[in-house]
Design a protein around this ligand. Structure first.
Ligand code: GLN
Length: 473
């Protein structure tokens, strides 16, 4: 199977393949991997028709010509269903397309289907989807990570070349780490959120997953930039991420209490240390820096993200969108029964937690204190970026765990996000690179972060590091 857009371009150029046979290959792969439950819907006929049309386009081809992409089920695509992995949106069809989808299509990408995910992007294992869990293609008894589990597995098992996910607290990077692919979370505001079903609006970003850094960079280049429909989308010019290089010696910070955290799996720790040693031996400067807020990351993230979620999810009321309980009789029961029956357990937990932290009596104790810690985190991280180019962390504290292993203990599950939520709390770009694996051969991701709007620099350095990937010789 092709692993990069460049290989596909070459194969098209030499006449070795055309888009119809390319799409056919992906569709066959999707069919033979049905058991992984990565796709909620495959746009088979539509993708074939588009391939045929694009095969006939001999001039003025877009930059994503021949790129087959699948999208997470919380990204709107006009005339197509979108459910955010929830019963409450079952059968709902988008009446407009997200900005990212519009931009990809304008560059001749082919969208092949929509991908399973945790309900409303809440989860770290894809076990919270109303449509069943996704299985890790490397070992079917293990989770793919979440919430963009379908997005990671679709790339891992070559069911598309690139996928889109969304990352509120790690949902692109952690599944990328568990599945051995590249996952990129942009600077907050770099990519328009128009047409993304909101979870926590001050954290959410759409981003790509792929085998190569170059492909994620290229897709970012197309998606990023100002958008009149999203006032938080930055109007800074978009650099050429795909050609960016970083060939200097880097200055890299490792945060105290992260790699040496008590909750980290021993193989993840030793592999991270191996990468650190390798960076040193290549002449990069790697230093440990003080950071004493590690234990606050998860609590602050869950206070703030659930607060935002409780407000964002108020619109699913049985009236505006999707599911309405057939048992409802008057206004009150329309709300209560539709939400009770339509939302899954984790979503309800979070709506209640978010409502609680925003309630008059507890607002100061939780919400406003968490906001203060968020500000402190931003200040500390900016301070670090004054002296360093990058921060290096593991992506997740463990390798892909077994299905069911953490479902009984939400706190255990929430700890899966300990290294990823930081980037969302402070809005910086972060990438997970498949640089290592466990003795059993399970992927281990290494995470790099850069200062806000240094996405290009992060891509540049990531390309250098990917030469060391043990997964893709
Ligand atoms: N696992 C985290 C959560 O459940 C992150 C989710 C995400 O990034 N969408 O909130």
């Amino acid at each position: 199977m092709f692993q990069t857009h460049k290989e596909i371009q070459a194969a098209i150029g030499s006449g070795q393949t055309d888009l119809k046979s390319l799409v056919t290959t992906y569709l066959t792969n999707i069919e033979s991997n049905r058991h992984l439950n990565a796709f909620l819907e495959v746009y088979g006929e539509e993708a074939m028709a588009r391939a045929a049309e694009l095969d006939g386009k001999t001039t003025g081809r877009g930059r994503l010509y021949g790129m087959v992409i699948a999208i997470k089920d919380n990204i709107c695509y006009r005339g197509h269903k979108v459910s955010a992995g929830s019963r409450i949106l079952e059968g709902f069809e988008s009446i407009y397309s997200s900005t990212v989808v519009e931009r990809l299509l304008a560059e001749d990408a082919i969208i092949i289907g929509r991908l399973n995910c945790d309900e409303f992007a809440m989860g770290s294992s894809n076990e919270n989807s109303a449509y069943g869990p996704v299985l890790n293609a490397r070992d079917n008894s293990r989770v793919p990570g979440g919430s963009s589990g379908g997005s990671a597995v679709a790339v891992q098992a070559d069911m598309c070349l690139v996928s889109l996910g969304s990352d509120t607290g790690g949902s692109i990077r952690q599944p990328a780490s568990f599945c051995g692919v590249v996952g990129f979370k942009p600077t907050y505001g770099r990519v328009s959120r128009w047409g993304l079903i909101a979870y926590a609006s001050s954290f959410d970003q759409i981003g790509p997953l792929s085998h190569s850094v170059e492909d994620s960079a290229l897709v970012m280049e197309i998606m990023a930039g100002a958008d009149e429909y999203d006032s938080t989308a930055s109007s800074k010019p978009v650099p050429s991420y795909s050609t960016e290089k970083f060939e200097k010696k880097a200055r890299i910070a490792v945060l105290k209490n992260t790699v040496d955290h008590q909750g980290i799996n021993t193989e993840v720790r030793s592999e991270t240390e191996r990468i650190i040693a390798k960076l040193k031996s290549e002449g990069h400067t790697i230093e440990e820096v003080n950071f004493d807020l590690t234990d606050y990351l998860i609590p602050v993230y869950y206070v703030l993200s659930t607060a935002e979620a409780s407000s964002n999810l108020a619109r699913f009321d049985g009236v505006h969108y999707g599911y309405r309980s057939p048992r409802a009789t008057e206004m009150d029961s329309v709300y209560k029964l539709s939400r009770t029956e339509g939302f899954g357990r984790e979503v309800k937990n979070r709506i209640m937690l978010g409502t609680f932290v925003l309630s008059a009596g507890y607002y100061d104790a939780y919400y406003s204190r968490a906001q203060k810690v968020r500000r402190m985190l931003s200040e500390q991280i900016s301070e670090i970026f004054r002296s360093y180019d990058f921060i290096l962390l593991p992506t997740a504290p463990s390798i892909a765990f077994k299905l069911g292993e953490k479902t009984s203990d939400p706190t255990e599950m929430y700890l899966a996000d300990i290294y990823t939520v930081l980037a969302n709390l402070v809005g910086v770009p972060a990438i997970s690179l498949p640089l290592a694996k466990s003795a059993e051969g399970l992927p281990i991701g290494i995470q790099l972060m850069a200062e806000k709007h240094e996405d290009a620099k992060l891509f540049g350095f990531s390309k250098t590091l990917m030469q060391w990937s043990t997964l893709y010789p």
